[in-house]
Design a protein around this ligand. Structure first.
Ligand SMILES: Nc1nc2c(ncn2[C@@H]2O[C@H](COP(=O)(O)OP(=O)(O)OP(=O)(O)O)[C@@H](O)[C@H]2O)c(=O)[nH]1
Ligand SMILES: [Mg+2]
Length: 400
């Protein structure tokens, strides 16, 4: 099914019908355009809590793409309990995504009962409970309170890089791997947490805020996305990720998924306007909207600018991939003729016709819809391949 089908059965289709019933067909384009920008206005509140000194502030800086010493970073320090009140740290790329650096639990300042009362747990979308070398005091009280608010939480065992170095140092060379250490630490956590609060393996993430490769940082990003309560919050969280967090293949895939889900909206918005067909293409398309979306792909996938030092350090093959991927934006800006092959493909697809009864009432041209859809899908794939090639080179560089 080239055009997917899931979309029409979701609540968006229902919303669209309601919108048309109320406003008629003339503003349908605005409906889709508003959907495309909606994620920028959605608030996501993520609470970071747990053991004092476990690495909460460092994680907040890491996920926001900031170094501990940079302006706006959360204060990270070897002194324990350096966070005394709930402080908010918005994403640099979207101030609506806020990480709340809560005080460490179980210190003299914050015994568990007082803690739950003071931090006001209900206002957050989900919780990360940090621990380092021990299970935080008062954890059962905290978990009970979070569970009763029907929100999701994960345990985060940070500083896994230190465990890996320590185990490698204490064992015969080559006898213990990163994976062995992860299994060992996870089992240790499970033994204590499982007994105390009935926690499962998939609720625990072992991370390093120093070194992505050593822990499960991208797995945690994906898990946070999956437990956010609405599709809008999930989209907003992923599309707002800082540049540093695009530096893993797993995270890149998650971002591509979020971008793919937008293609229906762009294709529909581009096709409802009843624009005159582009000469030589036979279909119509809203070029300004397509260019805007292609620019979003380029920035969200972190494709390096061709004048940047990063680009100059790439191999010829990867440079060529990045150049082709980036050229879509210029191509689309200069002339719409590049859409012609997609229009031919769309005309040959049965998929668009299946949706004609619905499309016919809303969209001026199913052919325009199919053309934009296939063009964006292809461009996104090419940009993803280029971004992966850049990542692979960066990984090789890191290892050498
Ligand atoms: N090696 C390593 N050190 C870390 C990691 N995360 C944090 N640290 C260090 O651990 C110390 C405490 O980290 P913080 O981020 O301040 O811990 P916190 O949980 O915010 O502490 P409080 O706010 O006092 O509760 C700092 O020296 C950090 O640099 C990690 O993943 N790996
Ligand atoms: Mg802190």
């Amino acid at each position: 099914m080239p055009f997917g089908e899931e979309w029409w059965t979701t609540k968006i289709a229902h919303e669209l019908h309601t919108f048309i019933a109320k406003n008629g067909l003339s503003d349908v384009k605005e409906f889709f355009e508003a959907k495309l920008d909606h994620w920028k206005h959605i608030k996501v509140n993520i609470a970071i809590t747990g053991e004092a000194g476990a690495g909460k502030s460092s994680f907040i800086n890491k996920i926001r793409g900031l170094k501990d010493y940079q302006p706006g970073a959360a204060k990270a320090s070897v002194e324990t309990d350096c966070t005394y009140q709930a402080l908010q740290y918005p994403y640099p790329e979207n101030p609506n995504i806020i990480f709340w650096d809560l005080p460490g639990i179980g210190t003299d300042n914050f015994p568990a009962e007082k803690y739950v009362e003071e931090v006001g747990l209900k206002k957050y979308d989900m919780y990360l409970i940090f621990m380092a070398t021990r299970i935080p005091e008062g954890i059962s009280t905290l978990v009970e309170a979070i569970s009763s608010s029907e929100k999701k939480f994960f345990f985060v065992r940070s500083k896994i890089d230190l465990d890996i170095s320590n185990e490698i140092f204490s064992n015969e060379p080559g006898s213990i791997s990163r994976e062995d250490v992860l299994v060992k630490v996870r089992n240790d956590c499970l033994k204590i947490l499982g007994k105390r609060i009935g926690c499962n393996e998939q609720d625990i993430f072992l991370i390093s805020s120093r070194d992505d490769e050593k822990g499960e940082f991208s797995g945690l990003v994906k898990a946070i996305r999956d437990v956010l309560p609405t599709k809008e919050k999930r989209e907003s969280f992923i599309l707002s990720l800082g540049i540093l967090n695009r530096l893993s293949t797993e995270t890149l895939k998650i971002i591509v998924e979020a971008l793919e889900q937008r293609i229906w909206y762009v294709a529909a918005a581009s096709a409802v306007a009843a624009l005159p067909p582009i000469p030589g293409v036979s279909a119509a398309a809203d070029i300004a909207m397509i260019v805007k979306e292609l620019k979003l792909y380029r920035s969200k996938l972190g494709l390096p600018d061709e004048t940047s030092d990063t680009f100059k350090m790439l191999t010829d093959t990867t440079q060529a991939k990045v150049t082709i991927a980036s050229s879509f934006v210029q191509l689309a800006t200069k002339s719409a003729a590049w859409l012609a092959p997609y229009a031919t493909e769309a005309a040959a697809e049965e998929g668009a016709r299946i949706f004609l009864p619905f499309i016919g009432s809303v969209i001026a041209s199913a052919l325009s819809f199919g053309t934009t859809y296939l063009a964006l899908k292809d461009c996104l794939k090419t940009m993803e391949d280029a971004a992966l090639a850049v990542l692979n080179e960066a990984a090789k560089e890191h290892l050498s």
